[in-house]
Design a protein around this ligand. Structure first.
Ligand SMILES: Cc1cn([C@H]2C[C@H](O)[C@@H](COP(=O)(O)OP(=O)(O)O[C@H]3O[C@H](C)C(=O)[C@H](O)[C@H]3O)O2)c(=O)[nH]c1=O
Length: 180
């Protein structure tokens, strides 16, 4: 298991060792010991899974404190462009984003710390998106940013995005007050 860091603090990409053979492949999708040693911390209490066909964009979402969630995200099938935006008010990289392609060949994962808005594009049909969360679902604490806000400058990798009505009306960055 290898780890990659970014110019935005605390974000970690996890590159597991994938064991391929004539039957298929095997890899460790979670190791508390190895991930904690790499700076990936949290009390993981809830796993989620969503299925999306090509062109679906989900996000950009977060839960506000005291229900804030760190996430560990990956795809079990298909391919996704994962996007996270730093919304930590005192961060020198506030408003900046990281986009990482997650796929079911490398089985790479992304650690999304508390203080980030998260979203992804499904780049293939039947993309199964799995993620661990460090806090339970709290709809009363949900917040977000508009996925296609020009101020964020995100290239989602698709032109014909399918986005929920709820996500279409999330705040623009200029109107947003971060709770982090
Ligand atoms: C997130 C969540 C949702 N739900 C229910 C609520 C809705 O009736 C239904 C679909 O929820 P939603 O449309 O918010 O699903 P996504 O748009 O995929 O939201 C997720 O997408 C982005 C990418 C994220 O990072 C968040 O984890 C999460 O916000 O599942 C639950 O029962 N538990 C949950 O933890």
């Amino acid at each position: 298991m290898e780890f990659k860091y970014f110019n935005i603090a605390d974000v970690v990409e996890v590159l597991p060792r994938v064991f391929g053979d004539a039957r298929g492949a095997f890899f460790e999708s979670f190791s508390a010991e190895k991930m904690t040693a790499a700076g990936i911390t949290g009390d993981w209490v809830q796993d989620n899974q969503s299925r999306s066909d090509r062109g679906v964009v989900r996000g950009l979402h977060f839960q506000a404190p005291p229900f804030a969630q760190a996430k560990m995200v990956r795809v079990a099938a298909g391919r996704a462009l994962d996007v996270i935006v730093d919304i930590r008010k005192d961060s020198p990289t506030y408003g900046q984003h990281i986009a990482v392609e997650l796929d079911a060949e490398r089985y790479n994962m992304l650690y999304v710390p508390v203080g980030f808005a998260h979203g992804f594009t499904a780049l293939e049909d039947n993309t199964l998106f799995l993620y661990k969360c460090t806090n339970y679902y709290a709809p009363q604490a949900e917040g977000g940013l508009r996925w296609n806000d020009p101020a964020l400058g995100i290239d989602w990798g698709v032109t014909d995005a399918t986005v929920s009505a709820k996500d279409q009306v999330l705040p623009l960055l200029k109107d947003f007050v971060s709770p982090f």
